[in-house]
Design a protein around this ligand. Structure first.
Ligand SMILES: NC(=O)c1ccc[n+]([C@@H]2O[C@H](COP(=O)([O-])OP(=O)(O)OC[C@H]3O[C@@H](n4cnc5c(N)ncnc54)[C@H](O)[C@@H]3O)[C@@H](O)[C@H]2O)c1
Length: 429
């Protein structure tokens, strides 16, 4: 069977199980886009399209290895102030599923980018990651992601969320949305009033509630698999684990680790996040910032649980930990970092594998949420992570590359079994 997997072969797919899904692919939809730097005329301004910044986005979309997305939608509602980007990377395994990030991208100027450009690039990267995450989580979903540009503390309103819901609904089920950084179950409840392709809603609205619960549980399973691979037993008992970012996921991870008998060191840019953990668990130690945390003497495992890009040319040489396993998406700042980690003998549990508990939860909600069923599926993250480490050793590649290979196999229609004893015999299913 010809592979539809990977970076260049994801533009079409099998019939979707979901009613109402539009099947046309390869379309880039631009809705009410005005010049970013000029206010003179409506529509896409040629100078903007050809300018160096936007050309970077278009190059990424159409020509780079990171591109190959089926569809990218720019949405605007001037009345509410909505500016959003919805990126659908692949619907090969089913409707694209991924959360909505609400973020201002204010620091884009430091990288000579406009916030809008940074937002599009973020959406493209995150959507592509969801294709691989959903594939390795065993879900019948492709990958997509959306970003709403703005400070959620100031810009979020009911009108804006309803307008965003209409934008998602206009895709007719090709993209299913959920929570991400800056969005919460209450926001999904509002969005769902305009859009049936919304998950991660509150239990009062028929939803599964906070997806961080199973995300943290899944990361913990990845940590147990890492411990087994490194130290021969699936436990963090007696180990020291550092967590950068103790928000929705990080603070729950602290609980799992303490229960397992680990020592925990945390850091967070928000003092109230640290205070919440310390109030519940006074025994937890606090590092002043991430730079200090990663240099902590005697650290066994490091868990990046804030934003992406946590592993870069500065942090990898400074890490004292022997393993990295955390919730943050897109932890590797650029291709090659996974090899730098391997060269230093640091075991890296691929982020999109171990943080799939949340997407497993919200995917389950689409069938009528059953916590026990979703938790059992998230528990398989242990087996998947262990299998990735074995495959990495066997193939002589970093775990991130092994994970990509297994995901691409599934997307190509040769789903590897979660049961390692079954080997590759599941091929062809
Ligand atoms: N919530 C989920 O179900 C889920 C699922 C998969 C992946 N993730 C990813 O996990 C990460 C955390 O998600 P969350 O839901 O806990 O988000 P969150 O916003 O609740 O928590 C993030 C925390 O990180 C802190 N932070 C931000 N920048 C920091 C920095 N430079 N140093 C230290 N701390 C910093 C914030 O103050 C906040 O407390 C994100 O990358 C998210 O995409 C979350």
């Amino acid at each position: 069977m010809r592979s539809r997997a990977g970076r260049t072969l994801l533009s079409s797919g099998p019939p979707h199980p979901q009613e109402g899904v539009q099947r046309d692919t390869g379309v880039t939809t631009v809705t009410d886009v005005r010049p970013l730097s000029r206010q003179s005329s409506p529509g896409v301004h040629q100078a903007d399209v050809d300018g160096p910044a936007d050309a970077g986005v278009l190059r990424t979309l159409f020509h780079s290895e990171q591109g190959g997305h089926e569809q990218v939608v720019l949405c605007q509602d001037r009345a509410s102030g909505l500016k959003a980007v919805i990126a659908i990377h692949s619907t090969a395994l089913g409707p694209a599923l991924g959360g909505t990030r609400f973020h201002p991208y204010a620091d884009a100027v430091e990288h000579h980018q406009r916030p809008e450009e940074a937002a599009v690039l973020d959406a493209l990267n995150l959507a592509r990651g969801m294709t691989y995450k959903n594939a390795l989580a065993g879900l019948d979903h492709g990958g997509g992601k959306a970003v709403i540009i703005g400070d959620p503390e100031k810009a979020k309103s009911e009108e804006l969320l309803l307008a965003y819901g209409r934008a998602v609904a206009s895709l007719g089920g090709r993209y299913v949305t959920a929570c991400d950084v800056g969005t919460y179950v209450q926001d999904m409840d509002v969005i769902s009033r305009e859009c049936r392709w919304t998950t991660g809603r509150s239990p009062a609205n028929g939803g599964a509630g906070d997806s961080s619960v199973l995300t943290a549980y899944g990361v913990f399973q990845g940590m147990r698999a890492s411990a087994q691979h490194l130290w021969g037993a699936p436990t963090l008992r007696g180990r020291t684990v550092g967590i950068a970012g103790v928000g929705k996921v990080g603070h729950l991870l602290v609980g799992h680790l303490l229960e397992d008998g680990a020592r925990v060191v945390i850091t967070d840019v928000r003092p109230e996040s640290v205070a919440r953990v310390r109030a519940a668990h006074p025994e937890v130690l606090v590092a002043p910032d991430t730079a200090a945390l990663i240099r902590t003497e005697g650290m066994d495992m490091y868990a990046p649980c804030a934003l992406g890009g946590a592993l870069d040319d500065d942090t990898v040489p400074a890490l004292t930990a022997k393993a990295v396993c955390g919730a943050a998406n897109n932890q590797l700042a650029h291709p090659g970092v996974e090899k730098d980690l391997a060269d230093r003998g640091i075991l890296y549990a691929p982020d999109y594998v171990v943080n799939a508990g949340g997407v497993i939860q919200v995917a389950d909600e689409l069938q009528g949420f059953d916590f026990a069923r979703a938790k059992a599926k998230a528990g398989k993250i242990f087996d998947t992570t262990a299998e990735i480490f074995r495959r990495a050793d066997a193939d002589g590649v970093p775990p991130a590359a092994a994970a990509d290979r297994i995901a691409e196999q599934r997307i190509a229609g040769r789903e590897p079994s979660h049961d390692p004893s079954a080997g590759r015999s599941a091929a062809g299913r």
